[in-house]
Structure formats: C-alpha cells, structure tokens
Design a protein around this ligand. Structure first.
Ligand SMILES: [Zn+2]
Length: 400
C-alpha cells in the first residue's frame, strides 16, 4: 500500500502595483460570490451543490467578472460553510448564515499553476490568467517533484500581503524495515547528538554559533527596548521575525542532516519532549536562548523529512537517559563528572554525556520492544508491536 504524504507550503506573492489592484478586485468579487451564495442557500435552507449552482451561478456571473472556475469555487466553499452551519443548527447549536469579510480564494488545478523552480504562479483573476512572482524559500525546493493539488489565496490586511498556501502531495511506496536505529538526544550544549549503538554514527550538531547569534539578537533587542520610540518598536518586531526565521532555518538544517544519516526503512528514536524540558538545567546565561528553542518544531521537522524517505520516527520516555551508563546500565546521579562528561561509577566507562544519552535513547527504545540480547543489548522481535507514528496524510505548515 502506498502512503500519501501531504504538505502545505506558504508562498508570499510579489505582485506589481497593478497586479495588487487586480488581486484585491478578484478577492472582492469572490467575497461577493461566496456571501451571495451563502445568503441564497441559507434562505432556502439548502446545501445541495447542484441546486445552489442553479440558483446562483448566472447571477454571480452577471454581477462579477469572475471566470466560471472561480464562481464554481466560491459556490463549493459556500456549500461547505452552509452544510456545517445547518448541521450546527440541527443540533440545536447556534447556526447563522455564513458570511465572510475576507474569504480565501480556493484554486484548483484548472484555475492556477505553480512553478516552484521558476518562483512563479499563474492565477485566475478578474483580468483572466495572471502570472505572479512568488518567494520560494530554499527548503521548499525539496518539493519540486511533488504533485501540486489545491491552493488558497489569502490577503492579510494587517501585513498588506498576499499569501498563497499550496498543497503538495507525494506517493511513497511502503519501505521494508531495516534494523537501523538512531538515537537523537536534544539539548543544551549541543542542539542534537545522534548515535547508533554500533558506534558508526556519532554526530554532534553544535549549538555554539547559534548561541552567539542569539546573544547578538538579544543585545540588539535590549538597545531597541530602551529606546522605546515607535520606530524602535517597529525594528523590534522585524528583529524578532528575523530571529524566528533564523531559528527555523537552523532546525530545518539539523533535521535534514539527521535524516540524511538514516537509510530508508530505518528508525529514528526521539525523546518525548517533556523529558527534554525536565532534563535541561537552565542556568542564567543559557536560559535566554535555550529556553525558547523550539524543540517541538525540530522534532516535527525530523518527522516530516523522515516520512518522505520511508524512515520511521518513534518516541521514548527520556527516563534516566542522562544518568544511566550506556554500557553497563548502571543508574546513578554520581555518574557524571560534570555536565559535559559521563563517567560510570561502576564500570568506569567514559564518554561525552550527550552521546551517552543518545545511546540510551536507542537502548530504551529497543528495550521497549523486548527480547534482550547480550550485555543489555536488545533487539526488536516484533516490528508490528511498535507504535507506528502517524505517517498518513499529515498536513503541515512548513513555515515558522
Ligand atoms: Zn557502566
């Protein structure tokens, strides 16, 4: 059975002044089509698509210059709104005639085309088909060969920007599982430490330069905050957006590198987030940046990228991962020489503390499968026993 992966990519349109007016006009007319169809449907209390079409199509075409595809699209969206509003009403809940002040235009493959590689889209408007430049972030380039399905055009009145959210799909064949287990320890000193029990992979993703960049942002922020002028406030807002983008880009990069290490059919073992938060000891100097590091986003990105490659992602309890010896299994709070070094007080095994933790993460996972072998080494006996993460059609916003 093939799995279908789905992603939503948020693109920013870069219309010319003239095109801006055309888009606003198109949105305005689409709004009319949507609201009008809702009104007619609500008055007649119907949500039957064909019937609504007959009742509204010619009037809408008459009163707007929308192409038939967009008239139909507005009717489809209105039909869905009417249906849910009437269902609510039937249940005795508050149901009102659906009306929207700023509805998104739903495009289908007959009314739009996107060329991610050319950073261009073509959209049906009141002036026929128009081509627009779009901003395509580098990490969207991985979706170049995905199938583009629907899209939504939304105008953000506050930002005065047009966003096109496009949905892309890819079929991926079921991948045969292989016995390849990678543990990922997320944390403070290193954002991620990745290892396999056979020691072929010991990889550190450093947080060093990230800390430096974050501190620079922090210093800038302080200066702007003390100014307190309107222009300083505007700068502050821009600054925080830029920092967020920087952090997201870092997470994308780390996730991509981690997934690259694992063959199709392998397993990436992550810790449940709760454990990470509990374990991370927040000192004053690192509180600022690490406290707000988006580990949830990093995990999500690892999942998404892994799925596309037929790699499974599983989560284990983070219990004892930092206090347990990954060689002999001895658990003690004294197993640490300091934060960075692990020294087992029983067998004397020494290694980097985060590396030790990441190996324990793999071990915890294998142990959860049962069937221990050798010196605490465990191997999976039943594949099906593993709780498979949701690898179906997950919609995901790849933007920050
Ligand atoms: Zn030991």
């Amino acid at each position: 059975m093939n799995m279908k992966l789905q992603r939503t990519l948020k693109l920013v349109l870069k219309p010319t002044e003239e095109q801006k007016q055309i888009l606003l006009e198109t949105l305005e007319q689409y709004k009319f089509a949507y609201n009008y169809t809702c009104k007619i449907g609500w008055e007649a209390q119907i949500w039957n698509g064909a019937l609504l079409h007959t009742l509204t199509y010619y009037t809408v075409r008459d009163k707007t210059s929308l192409l038939s595809q967009l008239v139909i699209s507005a009717r489809l969206v209105a039909t869905e709104s009417l249906k849910s509003a009437m269902k609510r009403k039937k249940k005795g809940l508050k149901g009102r005639c659906p009306q929207s002040n700023n509805p998104a235009i739903r495009y289908d493959k007959r009314s739009y085309t996107v060329w991610l590689n050319r950073e261009e889209v073509s959209l049906a408007t009141t002036q026929g088909r128009q081509k627009f430049k779009v901003k395509v972030p580098d990490y969207f380039k991985q979706y170049l060969d995905w199938k583009v399905t629907s899209a939504n055009l939304k105008y953000d009145k506050k930002l005065k920007k047009f966003f096109l959210n496009i949905t892309v799909e890819k079929d991926i064949p079921d991948v045969k599982p292989v016995e390849f287990f990678v543990g990922v320890d997320l944390g403070l000193r290193k954002l991620a430490v990745v290892s396999t029990l056979d020691r072929k992979i010991n990889k550190f993703f450093d947080g060093g330069h990230i800390r430096a960049v974050s501190e620079r942002y922090q210093a800038l922020r302080k200066r702007l905050q003390s100014k307190g002028t309107p222009s300083a406030k505007r700068h502050l807002k821009k600054l925080s957006q830029r920092e967020k983008r920087f952090r997201t880009a870092v997470n994308h990069k780390i996730a991509k590198e981690i997934v690259k290490l694992v063959p199709a059919g392998g397993v990436i073992v992550l810790e449940k987030l709760k454990g990470i938060r509990r374990r991370i000891r927040v000192t004053k100097q690192n509180r600022r940046w690490i406290h707000s590091w988006n580990f949830a986003q990093l995990q999500r990105l690892i999942e998404y990228k892994a799925q596309a490659k037929g790699i499974r992602v599983v989560y284990v309890n983070a219990r004892y991962t930092s206090r347990k010896c990954s060689r002999c299994g001895h658990i003690s709070g004294n197993n640490r020489k300091d934060q960075a070094h692990f020294v087992c007080e029983r067998c004397g095994y020494q290694l980097n503390a985060d590396l030790n933790a990441s190996r324990n993460i793999v071990k915890n996972y294998l142990a959860s499968l049962g069937g221990k072998l050798g010196h605490g080494e465990a191997r999976p006996s039943v594949w099906g026993a593993v709780n498979r993460p949701d690898v179906g059609s997950v919609g995901c916003a790849m933007h920050g």
